[in-house]
Design a binder for this molecule. Sequence first.
Ligand code: MG
Length: 268
Amino acid sequence: MSAGRAGFAILLAVLAAFGIGCNGSQEMADAGVELTSLEDSVRAAVLTEVWEPVPAVVTPGRAGAPPSDAIVLFDGNDLSGWSAEDGSDAGWRVEGGAMTVVPGSGSIVTRRGFGDIQLHIEWRAPAEVRGESQGRGNSGVYFMQRYEIQVLDSYENSTYPNGQAGAIYKQHIPLVNASRGPGEWQTYDVVFTAPRFDADGTLLSPAYMTAFHNGVLIQNHAELRGPTVWIGEPEYEAHPDRVPILLQDHGNPVSYRNIWVREIAGVP
Ligand code: MG
């Protein structure tokens, strides 16, 4: 608290002790009465204090651990929160607190669906560099099985920028390249806002992503033009309000760990 704020708080306390409330201040404001005294100013200031709703208490995680209200999707032990896209068991390997793509086993999806969320996910491209451009440490995080933020080993690895790590694939180049080297753990923290459709399937509002890569802002409220497509222009198609998150098998043994989400209130 600044000295000014402390003084203001003391003044409020003194006024309260003398029974001076804000009765009449609204009438003064409504009438456009000019505030001439300090007392009037305090009364006017009290009018703009908002006391509810009181935010829920969330205990933040320490050293990368999930906060108390997070839904943990992978804690390093098993793939119980995940399946293959056809609903059968996920075919990825769990080892050393991480899950790793088994090339050819297919992408995996969360067993539950999500709309607007905050996502934390950690990923690691193989330490042994193989391939180049899009063939090096390629995977991806797809919100609602449609909207991809690219996972790629983009450390000294040239490719088209709207397809490098942190790109909203083929739609938004990341603001900077904040990649760590091959074999190092990296983080994405993403705020995803789902698109809205009306009952007829008409788009009411598009999807948005804000993303941090290793704590560095790389997407700032970027508007998506539709689902991720490899060829051609994206086009929105109506889908449910809650859809699973997908992690992509792109043929490279990329690993993931410490995956959690927080649902953002207000999903229809
Ligand atoms: Mg990909």
